[in-house]
Design a protein around this ligand. Structure first.
Ligand SMILES: [Cu+2]
Length: 160
């Protein structure tokens, strides 16, 4: 009996959606629309470390959360945050990075970055790196980012 009631409810809801509400429902996004902008990666040697940077742009009223990253150059790709602690730069793996509604999140040197750990091959200037991001909503986002030299960073921060 319970099952029949539920089915009836679904039918009524579906019918309601096909009538006057239809137009509104089609234009309302259910998942945040996030894009990867101005991406780049630093050069790195095989077996060492490299990193990718970009800006995440969320142009919707819906928040999402970055939960993992992967790349074609390393099968150990992590989300990291660099910060200064007692005068030293340290970095920590991040389990997630919130991307608020209508906001941008910067991945940059000395801050959030995608750590490309022990790449299989040298990553040289002029190459490109494929980065794929997975969000809590289940949405994935990929970008091909160019490799260019890092600027204005001290040698002891290389790889961050
Ligand atoms: Cu790192």
């Amino acid at each position: 009996m319970k099952k029949i009631t539920l089915l009836l409810f679904v039918t009524i809801t579906a019918f309601a959606c096909t009538s006057e509400k239809k137009e509104t429902m089609e234009v309302t996004p259910v998942v945040a629309d996030i894009s990867i902008e101005d991406g780049w990666a630093r050069p790195g040697k095989a077996g060492m470390m490299s990193a990718a940077y970009f800006r995440l742009e969320n142009t919707t009223d819906i928040a999402d959360t970055l939960v993992s990253a992967s790349s074609n150059v390393s099968n150990n790709t992590q989300i990291h945050l660099s910060y200064e602690k007692d005068g030293l730069m340290v970095m920590e793996e991040q389990e997630f990075v919130p991307v608020p509604a209508n906001a941008s999140v910067m991945f940059k040197q000395g801050g959030l970055h995608i750590m490309l750990i022990q790449p299989d091959n040298d990553i040289n200037e002029g190459d490109s790196v494929a980065v794929e991001l997975t969000f809590k909503s289940g949405r994935t986002l990929s970008a091909q980012v160019p490799v260019r030299p890092a600027t204005g960073m001290k040698m002891d921060m290389q790889g961050h």
